[in-house]
Design a protein around this ligand. Structure first.
Ligand SMILES: Cc1cc2nc3c(=O)[nH]c(=O)nc-3n(C[C@H](O)[C@H](O)[C@H](O)COP(=O)(O)OP(=O)(O)OC[C@H]3O[C@@H](n4cnc5c(N)ncnc54)[C@H](O)[C@@H]3O)c2cc1C
Length: 441
């Protein structure tokens, strides 16, 4: 009997200790959220593209958005309401919006300072041109999982009113074989549509151009004819291997090295998809899954056309001992500068602002470490003016600077292929923080 009472008392004590500990931990966390939110507000930090907007008149602080976010401490409760406490780490999953039980969260695109061009889409992924659909990052929602999901949903939407087979005319042409195009192609293959997939490069999309050994974070996804891809954190090379496994097992054919130059509607009502080689493919429907990275944003300065200038870094080890300038204040630029510094290059990082207000907290910590270890030299409030064979001329804090240099890496983001879209008649809108409702949100 005594043993039972003692055991009960110990159990109650343990529960009490656990409860008090949890309460203190929750308090510490809330205090940290408040600090993070104040810091982010002071910095004016904001995510690169898609982000949640919380309607504080509606938010009841359930915490479901915080729990649903796949990133760490991006959204948090401050004074009982949801706030974006770490905006630069937000990559627009949209899970918070889906999890909110009172619809207090909407997704907005761009900001007052930074307009983002997005083609207007309907809920079935159709553009302003009936019959031309868009899936993946081109439509404004990045990430591999989102792109694949949209690729599959886009074909499902087409199948609700499928084009009838016609001799000499494809039912569907899919442009782009990145995650969105690949998933769309598998859905089209499963539905036995008469389709063709074209890519100007190879299968894999942007993933192909990630730096060597990059860890890719994604979510498991079920693909038609293949099954579940069970990866969450995987090296780039392993993910590309999965892509090739899919092609091999399903027998999917992708015409690689075929660039599409234009999509136009002909008088007979069908579309003509014209390739750079001058081939014309007649089709009833088109899915554009061409992403946004194909055309890097340029600086537009003299010397930018030189061979020493690149818009991506595949292997930092190739530049050991070289004098490198990285231009850009986003995650990709910062990661490249750190990789170059660690590989033994002389790495300068030029950023036009005084602070890095768009990078992930983890990258800021890595950058501070690299700067302290003298592996990366920062040039703040800096803008390159001219690129020469042996040097780059910049303006740094209003003063002219000549920097000895072998290679320049520019990470200024990608531009929407606006001319391509507009020539097809697709309407594009610039978002400055307005609500954006991606089709699969
Ligand atoms: C450095 C970096 C790191 C990233 N890390 C991650 C990560 O860890 N996890 C994650 O989920 N996401 C990550 N992303 C984002 C992710 O890669 C993209 O959101 C995703 O690849 C978008 O897929 P998509 O199919 O829409 O477009 P893309 O992958 O860009 O594919 C578009 C395809 O279209 C082709 N194409 C373009 N124009 C034409 C044309 N005119 N004719 C024919 N073909 C054309 C291209 O060659 C390309 O193959 C990262 C992005 C970058 C740049």
């Amino acid at each position: 009997m005594v043993e039972v009472v003692v055991a009960g008392a110990i159990a109650i004590l343990a529960i009490l200790v656990w409860t008090v500990k949890s309460m203190f931990a929750a308090r510490r966390r809330m205090a940290q959220m408040r600090v993070d939110f104040a810091r982010a507000t002071a910095l004016g930090a904001e995510p690169a593209s898609l982000r949640p907007h919380v309607n504080l008149d509606v938010c009841i602080g359930t915490d479901s958005c915080v729990q649903s976010c796949p990133e760490k401490d991006v959204i948090g409760l401050v004074d009982g309401q949801a706030r974006l406490v770490n905006p630069t780490s937000c990559i627009g999953h949209g899970e918070c919006m889906r999890a909110c039980p009172v619809d207090a969260i909407s997704l907005v695109m761009g900001s007052e300072k930074r307009g983002i061009d997005i083609p207007l889409l309907q809920s079935d992924f159709q553009t302003s041109v009936p019959g031309i659909h868009i899936a993946g990052e081109l439509g404004g929602m990045g990430l591999i999982y989102n792109a694949m999901t949209q690729g599959m949903q886009c074909v499902q939407a087409i199948l609700e009113n499928p084009p009838a087979p016609q001799a000499g005319v494809r039912q569907l042409v899919i442009v782009g074989a990145g995650p969105a195009g690949l998933a769309a192609s598998l859905s089209a293959m499963e539905a036995k549509l008469d389709f063709v997939t074209l890519d100007q490069d190879s299968v894999g999309g942007t993933v192909l151009h990630y730096p060597r050994n990059k860890i890719v974070m994604t979510k498991p996804v079920h693909l038609p004819l293949y099954g579940k891809i069970q990866v969450t954190s995987v090296r780039k090379e392993a993910l590309l291997q999965v892509w090739h496994d899919i092609i091999e097992k399903t027998g999917l054919e992708v015409r690689t090295g075929v660039k599409v130059d234009a999509v136009t509607r002909k008088e007979d009502g069908f579309f003509s998809v014209r390739t750079a080689e001058g081939e014309e493919i007649a089709t009833q429907r088109v899915i554009l899954a061409i992403g946004r990275r194909g055309t890097p944003r340029k600086l537009g300065i003299p010397g930018e056309e030189k061979e020493k200038v690149a818009y991506r870094l595949l292997d930092a080890d190739d530049y050991r001992g070289s004098r490198c300038l990285v231009v850009g204040g986003g995650d990709a630029g910062v990661e490249a500068a750190i990789a170059l510094g660690e590989a033994g290059a002389t790495a300068h990082l030029a950023h036009r602002r005084r602070v890095f207000d768009r990078i992930k907290a983890k990258n800021q910590a890595r950058l501070d470490e690299a700067v302290n270890a003298n592996k990366v030299q920062l040039l703040l409030e800096a803008s390159p003016k001219e690129i020469h064979d042996e040097e780059v001329l910049l303006e740094v804090g209003g003063e002219p600077v000549a920097l000895a240099n072998d290679y320049v890496f520019i990470f200024a983001g990608g531009v929407l292929p606006t001319a391509f879209l507009e020539s097809a008649g697709i309407e594009v809108k610039r978002f400055h923080g307005e609500i954006y409702a991606p089709a699969n949100a």
